[in-house]
Design a protein around this ligand. Sequence first.
Ligand code: AVI
Length: 330
Amino acid sequence: MPSGGSGGGDGCSTPVSAPADLVCGLQRSPKYLPCRFLYDERGSQLYEQITQLPEYYPYETEKRLLAQHAAAIASQFPASSVVVELGCGDSTKTDLLLQALLDRHGPGSVRFCGVDCSAEALRQTERSLQRLVPGLPQAQVELIEAEYLAGVEEARRRHPGAMLSILWLGSSVGNFSSGEAAELLGALCRAAGERSQLLLGTDMWKDAGVLLRAYDDSQGVSSAFIRNGMRHALGTLGHPAAAEVASGLFAYEPVVNSERQQVEMWVRARRRVPDVLPGLHIEEGERVLVEISRKFTPEAVAAMASAAGLLPCGGAWGSAGLYSLTLLLT
Ligand code: AVI
């Protein structure tokens, strides 16, 4: 399960018991939702459905890239790897790389730490690795239920002398603003320590029509996913309007923002939502930004890496400008 963020800020007043990041987001103009609200149980199921949609190319494209280049990527990993996957979900792409590492470095050469904040996702990871990578003994698979940074810190604590190879796939980095992404990447590499590495998946900036179809699919799964985030957030606030989200309280309005090179997933209120917070309403027709998905150029990936203190000299594998995997060194 990705654990993202599309904003953040200080200077907000927080009513007791409401999550501070949600309150800050709703007090902003325009309002935004911290995108961790997207991944409750229902949201995680919907995201999994998204990855299977024909229009949602990033998942399959990354999987194809990994299949095609697994051996070359594995050749850049040390002979004895502690592979730490952030937001491992069911690890149905990582198996390709783990298998390539075992093929290259031999049995017993790989230890895998899956990091996810969903216990169910971690159980799935364990099951699918048993099935897909039979050469990786269960004792070499560790599951860490945590957010990204805490997960890397825990992996470092468990393996003090090892070089960590962190996998951050799925272009989840795109769900963070550029400032947040640089800050998080920097913190991750400090936590991983010197001589560690990070394999980063990034979706590239491309034709607006392709992007829009990927985030506004014909089956309406993307719409359900984003609106479910609003339902979850309102439910967290104990607001009765949470129950009306399913009956169309919000319309889904994705936008491709060429200037910022990002897809923005907005919802627009069809009716006024009173008292979302004391003294705060969502007006009829008002938009709330639920998620951003930034898209990259090779230069933007390099700039992000350098802002985080990472060195882009490990190798890069791309798919005709569609998607890219970059190995960065701490
Ligand atoms: C998790 N993340 C990389 C997805 C993306 O493409 O930005 C989340 C998503 N939102 C709507 N569709 C997919």
